[in-house]
Design a protein. Structure first.
Length: 28
């Protein structure tokens, strides 16, 4: 999720996408 070597910011790509990533990570 790194973008241009910067720490990913939830607000940068939307909370909705951030929640999808969290759900994906929880699935393992």
């Amino acid at each position: 999720m790194l973008k241009n070597g910067k720490t990913p910011d939830p607000n940068a790509f939307g909370v909705e996408s951030f929640n999808k990533i969290l759900a994906y990570n929880q699935k393992g």
